[in-house]
Design a binder for this molecule. Structure first.
Ligand code: ZN
Length: 138
């Protein structure tokens, strides 16, 4: 069995952002040389997510409004976590949107459904943060 590990770095200009990272994950699969296996993609920070959904800007706006209803950023003092920080909402948004995805690799390619794309979801940005890509197989 072969394995391949890569960290992808992000620094968003806004506090919240959704970035389609499917091309970067595909590039790592090519670099790995693995034809049959699995790829794990996970956020390495507790205020960011990796998830799979549609690359459609209306839906991304819907995510933003829905998450702001569930866990509004402000007022900061509504959260017990915000004694030293202001990012309690980002922890809660990450919890809802998830930590990681696992995707099958078949014949050297991501074996995704027709509209599935892999996203990095940032909820407390404007600083350097990482996503781990781990590929195993043969
Ligand atoms: Zn925090």
């Amino acid at each position: 069995m072969k394995s391949h590990r890569k960290e992808l770095w992000f620094e968003t200009k806004t506090r919240r952002a959704y970035i389609n990272i499917t091309p970067q994950v595909e590039a790592e699969i090519r670099a790995s040389g693995i034809r049959e296996g699995l790829v794990l993609v996970n956020a390495m920070h507790i205020t960011a997510s990796v998830f799979i959904n549609d690359d459609e800007s209306g839906l991304h706006g819907d995510f933003e409004r829905w998450l702001e209803k569930l866990a509004p950023e402000k007022p900061y003092e509504q959260y017990a976590h915000n004694g030293y920080e202001d990012n309690a909402d980002a922890h809660l948004k990450r919890q809802v949107m998830g930590r990681e995805v696992v995707v099958a690799i078949t014949e050297g390619r991501l074996d995704l459904g027709p509209w599935e794309q892999i996203f990095y979801g940032e909820f407390d940005g404007k600083r350097r943060k990482r996503v781990l890509v781990k590929i195993i197989g043969e």
